[in-house]
Design a protein around this ligand. Structure first.
Ligand SMILES: [Zn+2]
Ligand SMILES: [Zn+2]
Length: 268
């Protein structure tokens, strides 16, 4: 079995041009029993980024349900979404999550202090160490502020996809901060998105780094999903076999696939 991809974008995300049918066909070709779409919703993206993430459940859900039906005898299509967490939009974010019957919800940090690490302005006027650390502080602030209304914490060290990559091991750089983040995730019953999305851009690792995953296990963390963060079919399920082997070596026995916000566990 090819592990079911639980972090997939299609043209319901403004940064993808891929029709959902194409992602589904590719998932079938790879031998995935299920695929979970997680299109983007982010409130009030900074003007500088020149993009608007405004996923409308009343359009998205019916369209995806038609595909779910159409492909039902070949693959289980699940309908989730990825929401950008920010403490200043907490009420809106919580209402949005509660507004529709998602199969799966990823909570991700895409902005820190309303700045996008994909843009050089995120790093301006501070060292890379400061800019990177601030991203993880924002993650902890969200974990401390939000109730566990989502299922999985998205690409925990996503910030390393950007900038000069002078640091890629967050646990080595800020062990106390990362431990606190992992403890919050475990304590709240959330899980980690093991995400291969940075590797297509040359990041030499999945998110999060091996040492973060190792520490998560040591602290008692078990709940993980596998996601490619594919915006194109070519990246769907990217490197899942090798990352699956690595996860086993790190002590993970199972990963989760979600349906109706409930995890179903499959063997790695
Ligand atoms: Zn994301
Ligand atoms: Zn994503």
């Amino acid at each position: 079995m090819y592990y079911p991809d639980h972090h997939v974008h299609c043209n319901f995300s403004p940064d993808s041009q891929t029709p959902p049918e194409a992602q589904i066909e590719r998932a079938i070709e790879l031998g995935m029993p299920a695929i979970c779409f997680t299109d983007h919703m982010d409130y009030d993206y900074p003007e500088e980024a020149n993009i608007t993430f405004d996923l409308k459940p009343e359009i998205y859900l019916p369209a995806m349900r038609i595909l779910k039906e159409e492909f039902a005898d070949r693959i289980d299509v699940r309908i989730g979404m990825e929401i950008g967490l920010e403490t200043c939009y907490q009420d809106k974010i919580l209402s949005y999550i509660a507004s529709a019957p998602w199969d799966f919800v990823i909570g991700s940090i895409h902005l820190s202090d309303r700045k996008d690490p994909y843009l050089p302005s995120y790093f301006a006027g501070r060292t890379s160490e400061e800019a990177y650390r601030r991203y993880f502080e924002s993650a902890l602030e969200c974990l401390q502020t939000f109730p566990p209304a989502y299922d999985i914490f998205g690409h925990l060290d996503y910030v390393f996809r950007c900038g000069d990559r002078s640091i890629t091991n967050a646990w080595k750089a800020w062990p106390d901060l990362i431990d606190e983040i992992l403890r919050q995730i475990i304590h709240q019953g959330l899980g980690l998105d093991v995400n291969t999305g940075g590797m297509k851009n040359g990041l030499p690792m999945q998110h999060p780094h091996d040492d973060v995953l190792r520490r998560y296990r040591e602290l008692g963390g078990e709940l993980i999903t596998l996601g490619s963060d594919a915006h194109k079919t070519i990246h769907l399920g990217d490197r899942f076999p090798e990352v699956g082997e690595k996860l086993k070596a790190l002590g993970f026995k199972y990963a989760a696939a979600y349906k109706g916000r409930k995890p179903e566990f499959y063997k790695l």
